[in-house]
Ligand binder design. Structure first.
Ligand SMILES: Cc1cc2nc3c(=O)[nH]c(=O)nc-3n(C[C@H](O)[C@H](O)[C@H](O)COP(=O)(O)OP(=O)(O)OC[C@H]3O[C@@H](n4cnc5c(N)ncnc54)[C@H](O)[C@@H]3O)c2cc1C
Length: 327
């Protein structure tokens, strides 16, 4: 599968890159490590006039400790470098676990944080070659008002399958988006939309430049369920953050990933756990609320009933791990 013809631009500064986007936003595709973009271009899901590589932009690189103790992660930093970063490893082992959960070492050697956060949504229909898709014709995401994955669905329900967003949302990370018009910073949880086609609030002329993680001493757990450890998209992920120790917590944040078009915040289950504590009764009560907290799920990739059971299992395992963590 050859790549479609395109121009390739590799700016040496953020200002240079934003100027390219100012002049031709709709036909430009940003490239982090390219581990998803190149596949999508080969499958003709993306046919940009211009590919704008972010890899040589120094402003988008590295991990820095800010004066208030927050961490700033450059969006074009490779996942391999985040996994190896000593500050992240010491302060946020569960975050490092989430970065390491992405694909394999080879993929992480190319893949960037920004690319993982902006990873396009996927479904079993779009995740095929153009020749295969042509047999059925376009879908909601590729230009027609029909969904081939879920018959009759009026909206695109393609999954957000990225591993790092739930853990970063759980630690209240913010993202900074830059364009020639200026910068805006927003909580990562507000970056995602429940829409398989326009799945983030990123505008066509914007670049995600950095992620900021506020300081915290809270406990954090991340779990990923997948068919093959070491090289597969997840069936479901969970990140849970709590203060306190043992079964005691006064603040709890639960985020599930890979079940729907956007990471899902399970605050109601969190409230039950805070009220009852992280003992077995609290876990049972929180698991019982999952069906309502998740709302309707599609049968995309796996049956909705399986996803609900998986959410319950992940929640139970994560809480047990959390309460056994040393204070
Ligand atoms: C074999 C294989 C297995 C994989 N397994 C997993 C997995 O287990 N978990 C997982 O999460 N992913 C997986 N992936 C998908 C992908 O490799 C990762 O999500 C990776 O982190 C994407 O990063 P990238 O830099 O290569 O993104 P790219 O392919 O460069 O970009 C992805 C998207 O993000 C946009 N983008 C990139 N950087 C920015 C930025 N700074 N600002 C705005 N938009 C930007 C691009 O335009 C594109 O839409 C897998 C891929 C392969 C090939």
């Amino acid at each position: 599968m050859l790549l479609p013809e395109h121009d390739f631009i590799k700016p040496r500064s953020l200002a240079e890159g934003l100027a390219v986007l100012r002049d031709a936003p709709p036909g430009v595709r940003l490239l982090g490590g390219g581990t998803d973009v190149v596949f999508n271009m080969r499958c003709r899901l993306m046919t940009p006039d211009t590919v704008l590589s972010l890899r040589d932009i120094p402003e988008l690189q590295g991990v820095d400790v800010l004066p208030d103790g927050s961490l700033r992660l450059g969006a074009a930093t490779r996942l391999t470098d985040l996994v190896a970063d000593p500050v992240l490893r010491e302060r946020y082992p569960a975050l490092v676990k989430a970065f390491r959960a992405v694909a394999s070492r080879h993929v992480r050697n190319m893949a960037t944080l920004g690319g993982n956060l902006c990873l396009d949504t996927r479904c079993w229909f779009t995740n095929q070659t153009k020749e295969w898709r042509d047999a059925k014709g376009p879908c909601l995401k590729t230009g027609k008002d029909v969904c081939h994955a879920i018959q009759g669905s009026p909206i695109c329900v393609a999954l957000n399958n990225a591993d790092s967003p739930p853990a970063l949302i759980a630690v209240d990370a913010t993202v900074t988006l830059a364009s020639h018009r200026g910068e805006r910073t927003l909580p990562l949880r507000d970056f995602y939309r429940e829409d398989g086609i326009r799945h983030t609030v990123l505008e066509p002329d914007e670049v995600l430049t950095e992620v900021t993680i506020p300081p915290t001493r809270d406990r954090l757990v991340f779990l990923k369920e997948t068919a093959r450890q070491g090289m597969d998209f997840s069936y479901g992920t969970i990140a849970i953050r709590a203060d306190g120790n043992g079964a005691r917590a006064t603040r709890l944040h639960i985020v599930l990933g890979s079940l729907t078009t956007a990471p899902r915040d399970l605050s109601t289950a969190g409230e039950r756990l805070v009220a009852l504590g992280l003992g077995d009764d609290g876990i049972d009560a929180a698991c019982a609320t999952i069906r309502d907290a998740l709302g309707p799920l599609t049968n995309l990739y796996s049956p909705a009933a399986y996803k609900r059971e998986l959410a319950r299992t992940l929640l139970r395992k994560a809480i047990v791990e959390l309460r056994e963590m040393p204070a």
